[in-house]
Design a protein around this ligand. Structure first.
Ligand code: ADP
Length: 171
């Protein structure tokens, strides 16, 4: 099982093997984490994303799946793009949010990444309540068999950090 660490900060500044992107299924960029990664990482990442759209993912990357590209100019080797579910009050999509974490770790294992930084997937534009997202993220990482040594959750603000810290402390 990977060791879990928490950092308050910007995911684009993490020196890790792989950075997870809270992408959208187009893979062609967006706001939040996605926008920051493409802005800082430069055009190489988008080029590889376009190539993925032209080959394996003609209809886009399905929700809950993950795929890797270069990290361009980020201080990381790879970006692992995953598409979180939009939160829904009427439908339980927890499994898809868990799948994002499992699939990102599976891709990290394929790459041989030993340190991986995750943002709080789905908690921005996709409106997932922070405490519930933190529970799903931490439980899933704890339950996933992986060779990744460190999973670093990188939380952008105090509220997100507190939600993850509370969950890590939970028995
Ligand atoms: P989603 O569409 O999956 O909700 P967002 O990128 O909108 O993804 O937001 C996911 C989380 O990432 C939010 O909690 C947001 O505050 C946070 N966030 C935004 N920018 C950054 C960044 N540069 N580094 C780390 N976290 C970020």
């Amino acid at each position: 099982m990977a060791r879990i660490t928490l950092v308050r900060g910007d995911i684009t500044e993490q020196s890790v093997d792989a950075v997870v992107n809270a992408a959208n299924s187009s893979l062609l960029g967006g706001g939040g984490v996605d926008g920051a990664i493409h802005r800082k990482g430069g055009p190489e990442i988008l080029e590889e994303c376009r190539a993925l759209r032209a080959s394996r993912y003609g209809r886009g990357l399905p929700t809950g799946r993950a795929v890797a590209t270069t990290a361009g100019r980020l201080p990381a080797r790879w970006v692992i793009h995953t598409v979180g579910p939009v939160h829904s009050a009427g439908e339980d999509r927890s499994d898809l949010l868990a799948s994002c974490h499992r699939e990102a770790l599976r891709v990290a294992d394929e790459l041989g990444a030993s340190t991986v930084a995750f943002p709080a997937i789905s908690t921005g534009v996709y409106r997932w309540p922070l405490r519930d997202a933190a529970r799903i993220a931490v439980e899933t990482v704890q339950a996933t068999d992986t060779a990744v040594e460190e999973v670093r959750f990188v939380l952008f603000d105090d509220a997100a950090y507190a939600a993850f810290a509370e969950r890590i402390a939970a028995p």
